[in-house]
Write a protein that binds this ligand. Sequence first.
Ligand code: UTP
Length: 325
Amino acid sequence: MKAIIPVAGMGTRLRPHTFSHPKVMLNVAGKPIIGHIMDKLIEAGIDEAIIIVGYLGNMIEDWLVKHYNIKFTFVNQEEQLGLAHAIWMCESFVVENEPLFIILGDTIFDVDLEPVLKSPCSSLGVKEVSDPRRFGVAVTGGGKILKLVEKPDTPVSNLAIVGLYFLRQAGTLFSCINHLIDNRIRTKGEYQLTDALQLMIENGERFTTFPVHGWYDCGKPETLLSTNEILLKNHPPSKQHSGCIINDPVFIAGSAVLENAIIGPNTTIGEQAVITNSIVRDSIIGDDARVTHIMLDRSIVGNNASVTGNPNEINIGDFSEIRLG
Ligand code: UTP
């Protein structure tokens, strides 16, 4: 089955990291976000991926082709006019009466997709959230979705749509997207996938929901770090490094160099990174980064970046209390 993965966006909420890397190439728990997504899709039987690239797309393309042996089609979305527009660009690569799976490029998930991909009707991945006002939500009744509401002011449903979409027949989605584009129907300035799906429902398409318990957002620094923490829980214990203390779970690249360091928990250290005389926990340290004489907590250090603190020398008497900033 084919999957479409839109990854054309600039990832502005993750700047400055996304100035030099597309969001999906950021390392979380030892591999790029897109790597986690691809591994899950391939495990579920996806054998062809249509990747919508735009901003820094070559980096994504090069990495995917190097690491996966499935058929890729890369579609360039020059202007990010919204998700429905991104999907619209793939029309000539999908077969009208074949099923299709769409997943957003910043959504790492932990869900058994096999039954979803065999579902007799279209289905959207949902997660129960306590505050649905930030999300598009699905209002359900009688075993199906009755309507979709974008960022509801009133609590119509707490089932947030989390970026995994199974379409029984690709053609019905594309005819609704074409309707939006032909009539320039935008919401908040963008061609919205939710609007196209809502149109499908209004045209009589039956949609169900499937629960996505493991849904790990990577769109903001704080969610990238918490996703790093969650994914590392499944990581095997790290090897010991002499003269260092490793508090699992961590991912330490084989070529990283650690000297007199305390690493972890919940920390990813990239290839050829050098950590000296430092404590690093709950953090992501990029490839070739240098970290010296510092304590880092909930930090993201980009590739080739360098962070140096001061070794403090103090001489204090009994009962003193000092706090170094
Ligand atoms: P986001 O809304 O998170 O946008 O898109 P973004 O650019 O990645 O991040 P911010 O908001 O600027 O920080 C969700 C997913 O849809 C893709 C994005 O690449 C991301 O994977 N997308 C969105 C497109 O491919 N094209 C679009 O026109 C819009």
